[in-house]
Write a protein that binds this ligand. Structure first.
Ligand code: CA
Ligand code: CA
Ligand code: CA
Length: 191
């Protein structure tokens, strides 16, 4: 990406081409294990491009997605990708070549280390607002409650990812046990 915000990619590592598309979503991660962060971007048409470290050039990945997140799903210290297609189907890849599907259908996806083993798992919200998590990328468990937006961080510092949710009324909630929600005082609904 140049200083004017134009994107370029190379397929032969010697010729730079302009990426004549704008991104609708992107995520940051250390895709090379070098300690340098790169960018994974989704164009408006759903094409997936990866820039392993910022400034290194874009390469096109197989597949089509609507949203993208990063996580380390195999725990090798290199960032991997997960995302939702336009139908809400859930996909992830650890080699940037083959996308593996997991059951379910979501409208928002996040990566989260639910069990503290330094491997990422997935959580998300479906179209009804139900909250779902998977610890093995195969089976999903429902977390009680309904949210309209979901984020994760290790709120209690015990090494496992916790959930922060925003409900439809604009109230914020936190869950560190993935069973019960505690209100975070101060609604953002009126801001
Ligand atoms: Ca990885
Ligand atoms: Ca984990
Ligand atoms: Ca925690």
């Amino acid at each position: 990406m140049d200083s004017k915000g134009n994107m370029y990619y190379t397929v032969d590592k010697s010729t730079w081409n302009s990426l004549s598309a704008s991104l609708k979503d992107f995520a940051l991660g250390d895709f090379s294990g070098s300690g340098l962060f790169g960018i994974a971007g989704i164009t408006n048409s759903g094409d997936i491009y990866l820039m392993p470290s910022v400034g290194s050039g874009w390469s096109k990945l197989p597949g089509l997605l609507n949203t993208i997140v990063t996580g380390d799903f195999d725990g090798n210290g290199v960032a991997d990708l997960a995302g939702l297609d336009v139908y809400g189907n859930i996909w992830y890849t650890t080699d940037f070549k083959i996308w593996k599907g997991t059951v379910g259908n979501l409208s928002q996806l996040i990566s989260i280390d639910l069990n503290g083993d330094n491997k990422s798992e997935l959580a998300g919200i479906n179209s009804k607002g139900e909250i779902w998590t998977t610890k093995d990328l195969i089976t999903w468990e429902r977390v009680p409650g309904m949210m309209s937006l979901l984020k994760s961080a290790d709120l209690d510092g015990n090494g496992t990812g916790d959930l922060i949710g925003l409900d439809a009324a604009g109230n914020m909630w936190q869950s560190t046990d993935l069973k019960t929600w505690m209100n975070i005082p101060g609604s953002l609904a009126n801001f």
